[in-house]
Design a binder for this molecule. Structure first.
Ligand SMILES: *Cc1c(COP(=O)(O)O)cnc(C)c1O
Length: 371
């Protein structure tokens, strides 16, 4: 089935005993044992599993064409769960343009336990020379944050497989509707479900999906169940509700993203537009090959310095000046000032999460802000 249908029917959500069309929120933390000591309802204690979380995991796993999914309390927890599952002393390759929070985790929390090289993942051949005897994983992120770099997942999967490594992909910017890394050879997919999957800026969540149930996945599941950084039943309910419209929201985000990118590209006050849908974007051909459309995230460099960029961010009216992305409302952010003094993000860069407002209103807003 296609994403639109799966989003509504995956996970077999109808409740047989009460005939609910929409599943209820199961707040019970514990579940009855039967006379034999087993659990006829399939759940024992809600940190280990509960009906809402299992449903969410099944839906996402189906959407991502995986074997199983694991829902966590935030995107950051999802990344951290993977890094925690690696043996101390392991070497991992991570992208130079990596989600800032993961870079921070690796450089602080895992500084003493993991060896990390941040490399250019768009240089596929160059990746090989960074592989060492203790390398266990290649972590990719595509499209990347905030430069919208595109990584060729299938090409890296070949290198990863040839060297016996795990290939993980942070696919947050794409959502499960625009690309399925497992079909391209990735072993693990990660999403911050706070973003497009949630889509309404009102729930935090993270998801991991595995291509196969193996030893690493068992460790990840253990960290979820015994570590306990799990989403609440209500969080899972909200995410399931959001997923039903995900495919249609993504169409709107992509349509508006493309139109705004084309408008900004021609504007004399704009130096560069980073959007993989533009033919001039260095990752455009790869994006065309591995994504069904180009998403709703773009970054621009305005002509001038940080001051100029902040002026624009303060002048737009419809774009809320806030961090995060993937919601129905458009957001805008001067990224370097969020990331702090040691950031490599250009000072004149503005990151835009294009929402679902009418595109003409969004363009009018930029027209007045850039004037
Ligand atoms: C937001 C984000 C994360 C972290 O997710 P949280 O839900 O905020 O913890 C990870 N990767 C990417 C690409 C993100 O945009």
């Amino acid at each position: 089935m296609r994403a639109e249908t799966l989003a509504i029917h995956a996970g077999n959500l109808y409740n047989i005993s009460t005939q609910d069309v929409t599943p209820p929120i199961n707040l019970s933390t514990t579940f009855l044992r039967n006379a034999e000591g087993g659990y006829s309802g399939g759940h024992m204690y809600s940190r280990v599993s509960n009906p809402n979380r299992s449903a969410l995991e099944n839906i996402i796993s189906e959407l991502e064409k995986g074997a199983e999914a694991c829902a966590l309390s935030s995107g950051n927890t999802a990344g951290m769960t993977v890094f925690q599952a690696l043996k101390p002393g392991s070497h991992i390759l991570a992208p130079d343009d990596m989600y800032w929070g993961f870079k921070k985790q690796l450089q602080t929390i895992f500084a003493d336990t993991l060896e990390i090289d941040f490399i250019d993942m768009t240089d596929v051949e160059g990746i090989k020379k960074h592989i060492k005897t203790n390398t266990v994983m290649i972590w990719t992120e595509t499209p990347s944050n905030p430069l919208l770099k595109i990584t060729d997942i299938a090409a890296i999967a070949e290198i990863s497989k040839a060297n016996g490594l795990v290939l993980a992909c942070d696919s947050t910017f794409a959502s499960p509707c625009l690309q399925n890394p497992i079909l391209l050879g990735a072993d693990l997919v990660m999403h911050s479900s706070t973003k497009y999957i949630g889509g309404h800026s009102d729930v935090l969540g993270g998801i991991l999906v595995t291509a196969e149930k193996n030893e690493l996945w068992e460790k990840i599941r253990n960290i979820q169940q015994i570590g306990g950084a799990v989403p609440s039943p209500f969080d899972c309910f909200l995410l399931i509700r959001s997923i039903k419209t995900l495919a249609y929201r993504m169409r709107g985000h992509c349509e508006n993203g493309m139109a705004l990118a084309l408008y900004l590209e021609k504007h004399p006050a704009v130096e560069t537009v980073y959007y993989p849908g533009l033919p001039g974007h260095p990752g455009h051909e790869t994006a065309k090959k591995q994504m069904s459309s180009f998403g709703g995230m773009l970054s621009i460099l305005v002509k001038g310095d940080a001051e100029e960029a902040r002026k624009v961010v303060n002048k737009v009216k419809l774009f809320a000046q806030a961090t995060s992305l993937g919601g129905v409302e458009s957001l805008i952010e001067h990224r370097a000032s969020v990331e702090g003094p040691d950031t490599k993000t250009p000072q004149n860069l503005i990151r835009i999460s294009v929402g679902l407002e009418h595109i003409d209103d969004l363009i009018d807003d930029f027209e007045q802000a850039l004037a």
